[in-house]
Design a protein. Sequence first.
Length: 197
Amino acid sequence: MQVKPKLALAIAAVTLLSAGGTTLALGSLYQANPPVRPADSQTGPSRQSSVNHPGAQSSTKLTDAKLRACQNRQTAVNNIMSRIADRGQKQLNLFTTIAGRVETFYTTKQLSLGNYNALVSDVNSQKAAATTAVNTIQSDKVSFKCDGTDPHGAAQTFKNDLKSEISALQAYRTSVKNLIVGVKSVADTTSTQGGQQ
């Protein structure tokens, strides 16, 4: 009876040894040629390309994200553009009102200034340039849309036109100021002469 347990133990040892050798042999064979699974053969290259090129999908998402961000800010941008356009129109109206009052004053007081016609002509030409610039800004504010063909270009056009408007309004303001200074110098001279008589 004692022989049977020893025999069973020996058989088990031989079996384990032979099974271990097979496992070792299969392990070295697996490392040399890993098994190809059908799922890996179909998705392996595409999965690898998406890992190697993460920007391929993100460029579409980035464009969509920029569009959403622009649409979230579109109302604010349009409000800012509208306020800028309104401010330009108010400045144009103010300078026109002042120039009109100065001309009325010159006429009612029957003043005489040698270069008055040149000053008025300069005011009128600067007013025309400023009016054109303000009208351009008014039309630019309407054309900005995020889903348009070139929202960056529309914004840049608005900025460029705004610089032109600012420059035109400053030139108009300077010409009105020159008219005021000219008329005031004649008015002061006339009042001093009238006061001495």
